[in-house]
Ligand binder design. Structure first.
Ligand code: NAD
Ligand code: MG
Length: 367
């Protein structure tokens, strides 16, 4: 498990002429062989933030050939940065540098930077090349795959955006060494999600490997990221613009969004809220007669091993959940649609949960 080969993998995302590779491994950042083949021309704009730049910007630049015109935009850290004003700063930097349609944007950072740089790339001169270098686990397994880019609007999260695929994704697992432990756990929630919705063998592997993942074992991280990306890529290839099966990626998210909104964004990390939400979805699936009590216990134990919260916020009542869940984008014709588990490793969209069953789950769930 620990030979160098086991820690280096390349995965292809199949989207016809927009297909691209995801390279995963320790120490990829400073090595020119990974970025160079995907550059559109000599002009390169690196977009990052003021927390990530001091850690990884120089290493990334060392991984670019010497004869390029490399510029950078360093934005303030935080979700509050993910707005059109900061995309405009990226456009301004591109225009000030005189960059043309053959330039390449490189996003170096978490999902906030990836979403913003991707949207800037989708819109600059009607679309330019874009490479993702995700540095949070969440970005490595989720936001950098699938082509959704965009920014928040004062009236709603991710309300402005475009589908725009990167030319390549470069995941250097060494970058996780500096990630705060809560952010690592939040990323692990999305990793567990892939096992729950699609792959019970992966779920069993995660149960056996969670301690190694939290210790940042290189081969274990590569396996977990590769499996997660390939499940997401498979689902995205089936449903690029979210008409059907892509909804399954929202397991735990309807409950989770209610928690995030109720607590105010930033108090619970997205992955933490999704972790509690997946526990709720598993418990509801049990009450519907689909999961065994022992399956629910497996989900709970795995979330606990990932250091994720197992209880809902103490000040959230069942009515708070219900009123926020009714706003979910998945709902159709006033019916609440939830992603639930038919069994471990197989999710479905369900819109016929008896209301009294949902209310009693929400009332009885631990606080
Ligand atoms: P983030 O980008 O805010 O990163 C979390 C924190 O970690 C930030 O403070 C960041 O500066 C810091 N950081 C990043 N890499 C680091 C490193 N290696 N070492 C130390 N600190 C580091 O948050 P995130 O969880 O990566 O992404 C969340 C965003 O992604 C949200 O805006 C969400 O809407 C978006 N998202 C998009 C998609 C999609 O499909 N496009 C999917 C999921 C989430
Ligand atoms: Mg998510």
């Amino acid at each position: 498990m620990n030979e160098p080969d086991a820690a280096l993998k390349t995965l292809g995302v199949s989207l016809g002429d927009r297909s691209y590779p995801i390279h995963i491994g320790p120490g990829l950042l400073g090595d020119p062989q990974w970025l160079t083949p995907h550059l559109a021309g000599r002009q390169v704009m690196v977009v990052t933030n003021d927390s990530v730049a001091p850690l990884y910007l120089e290493t990334l630049k060392q991984g670019l050939p010497d004869d390029l015109d490399v510029r950078e935009v360093i934005l303030p850290d935080g979700e509050a940065t993910k707005n059109l004003a900061n995309v405009e700063r990226i456009w301004d930097a591109l225009l000030a540098a005189g960059f043309n349609r053959r330039c390449t944007l490189i996003a170096l950072g978490g999902g906030v930077i990836g979403d913003m740089a991707g949207y800037a790339a989708a819109s600059y001169q009607r679309g330019v090349a874009f490479i993702q270098v995700p540095t949070t686990l969440l970005a490595q397994v989720d936001s950098s795959v699938g082509g959704k880019t965009g920014v928040n609007h004062p009236r709603g999260k991710n309300m402005i955006g475009a589908f725009w695929q990167p030319r390549a994704v470069l995941v250097d697992t060494h970058t996780l060494a500096t990630l705060p432990p809560r952010e690592l756990s939040a990323g692990l929630a999305e990793v567990i999600k892939y096992g729950l919705i699609r792959d019970v063998d992966f779920l069993a592997w995660l149960e056996a490997s969670m301690a190694m993942l939290r210790d940042l074992d290189a081969a274990a991280l590569t396996t977990a990221i590769e499996r997660s990306c390939s499940i997401k890529a498979e689902i995205v290839a089936e449903d690029e613009t979210e008409q059907g099966v892509r909804a399954l990626l929202n397991l735990g998210h309807t409950f989770g969004h209610a928690i995030e909104t109720h607590q105010g964004y930033g108090h619970w990390l997205h992955g933490e809220a999704v972790g509690a939400g997946m526990q709720m979805a598993a418990e509801l699936s049990h009450r519907l007669g689909w999961l065994e009590a022992s399956d629910v216990a497996r989900v709970r134990n795995l979330l606990a091993a990932a250091a994720l919260p197992l209880a809902a916020p103490g000040d959230m009542r069942a009515e708070d959940f219900l009123s926020l869940m009714r706003l979910d984008k998945k709902n159709l014709d006033g019916r609440l649609r939830l992603i639930l588990l038919g069994c471990l490793g197989d999710a479905c969209v369900h819109d016929a949960t008896p209301p009294e069953m949902l209310v009693s789950l929400l009332e009885e769930f631990p606080r």
